[in-house]
Design a protein around this ligand. Structure first.
Ligand SMILES: Cc1cc2nc3c(=O)[nH]c(=O)nc-3n(C[C@H](O)[C@H](O)[C@H](O)COP(=O)(O)O)c2cc1C
Length: 435
């Protein structure tokens, strides 16, 4: 193995390559998105490239204004989907998204441990506190971000304790003496906290010798602190290298404050990739995908994120720092609101330019629009600067971007000595041990 630091790479199953207007392409296979085959195909391709994991983000609500012009948030349940993917793959990690705001921890602990068994130790949990959807769970209003994180911290501890409550070693399966389990090792957790009361134990033993890695998405101050206290991986939007460096350093400091080593918390930003054989073709792919997307929807999203109404904004007047209203008290995602504010504070952009920036169109993720060479160069540059520990690939524009990434970019990262040539382990936690 190379002496260069190893990156950890995930592939979004979202499917990001169908967002914007890309689903309208004749070859998009949009009809297939509610089949398991669709995700199985991506997971197998990602496994052939030896990626660490595939990743399915998820929400529990359906915004109709998004649905009108693209599949948006309509999707199969991620944990059920990944159980199907588990049966068709053998090495790649399977990261599902489950919110700590809406679901009971006993159910979540059991579902994740079930996925872990079904996949022979490949489950991962993306812990989200969720953006919307309270109406679907009998809540009067969305709890504040602070309350959601306080509940998330308690929830995560409950899930970890439930996984420990029925340890693998408690299974004796001693046919001769008729002893199935050593019940002395199976213990209730008797949790009685601020938000949750759970007795336990879990009615499913832990899968042998493999942790379920935790991923955290949400990078406000509170989100970072929560991530630094428990997460193996942080999935965060970092639109430029400076943002990634700042977050990487901050996570290290916070991890140490929580008594962990900085290397225990890895930063994997989202990376949107619009790839084509030439820069010109990549730029065209990007423009075809986003140029004609409903402007009203983008303006509504800006208003919702930072309270700035640009519906009558003159085309020839840049939007600048002085146009920003004061920060809102409780935006759905402070991470995304802060990044959009940061962009407007730093650059004066005409509306037409602003509406094509990642902070508006793709959740503020790092973005490469270019060739395979461009992508490799940027990834190595960020990695060498110590800004990232890997990334989650979100190919955009067409399936071709995904193919170029897996079939050309990844082998180049292997050649450069920053990514594995083959799997050494068979569980997700083992993949994360490559350093
Ligand atoms: C990169 C990223 C990805 C996210 N993915 C999801 C998701 O798949 N589902 C979800 O309900 N919320 C998702 N969220 C929302 C967060 O869980 C969180 O509720 C929100 O960002 C508010 O936390 P903050 O104040 O730290 O930003 C995501 C947030 C970020 C930053």
């Amino acid at each position: 193995m190379s002496t260069r630091k190893q990156l950890h790479i995930g592939m979004s199953l979202a499917p990001t390559w169908l967002s914007g207007d890309a689903w309208r392409r004749a070859d998009s296979n949009i009809e297939g998105i509610f089949s398991a085959d669709f995700a199985v195909d991506i997971a197998r391709r990602s496994e052939a490239a030896h990626l660490d994991f595939v990743f399915r983000p998820d929400v529990s609500y359906l915004p109709l204004e998004v649905l009108a012009t693209g599949s948006g948030f309509a999707s199969l349940d991620p944990t059920v989907l990944l159980a199907a993917v588990a049966r068709e793959t053998s090495r790649i990690g399977l990261v599902t998204t489950v919110s700590t705001t809406f679901f009971p921890p006993y159910v979540v602990a059991r579902q994740l441990q079930s996925l872990h068994w079904i996949s022979n130790g490949r489950a991962g949990w993306n812990i989200v506190t969720a953006l919307q959807g309270h109406e679907n769970f009998g809540l009067q209003a969305m709890p504040s971000a602070e309350e959601r994180y306080a509940r998330a911290a308690e929830f995560t501890q409950v899930v970890l304790r439930l996984w420990d409550s029925f340890p693998h070693e408690a299974l004796l399966i001693d046919r001769q003496n008729g002893r199935y389990a050593d019940v002395a090792q199976v213990r209730p957790i008797d949790h009685d906290g601020t938000y949750l009361r759970v007795r336990g134990p879990l009615n499913l033993p832990a899968f042998a010798n493999a942790r379920i890695p935790l991923i955290q998405a949400g990078a406000s101050d509170t989100g970072r602190d929560f991530a630094a206290s428990v997460a193996d991986l942080v999935f965060a939007p970092t639109p430029d290298k400076a943002a990634a460096l700042e977050l990487r350093r901050d996570l290290s400091r916070r991890a140490e404050r929580h008594g962990r080593s900085p290397q225990d918390v890895r930063l994997l930003p989202g990376l949107s990739l619009y790839l084509a054989p030439s820069r010109k073709a990549a730029h065209e792919l990007f423009m075809q995908t986003h140029e004609h997307v409903d402007k009203a929807r983008k303006l509504a999203s800006i208003k919702q994120m930072i309270g700035l109404d640009l519906s009558d904004w003159p085309v020839d007047r840049p939007v600048g720092a002085t146009d920003l209203p004061p920060p809102a008290d409780n935006p759905a995602s402070r991470t995304h609101s802060n990044l959009l504010r940061r962009l407007i504070e730093r650059e004066s952009l005409y509306l037409e330019q602003l509406l094509l920036r990642p902070e508006v169109i793709s959740a503020a993720h790092w973005q490469v629009v270019g060739t395979v060479d461009d992508a490799v160069e940027q990834i190595l540059d960020w990695a060498d600067a110590g800004a990232i520990d890997g990334f989650i690939a979100a190919p955009g524009g067409s399936f071709g971007s995904l193919q170029l990434f897996l079939e050309q970019v990844v082998p180049r990262l292997v050649e450069a000595g920053v990514f594995r040539e083959r799997y050494r382990g068979s569980t997700f936690a083992e993949h994360l041990e490559d350093r």
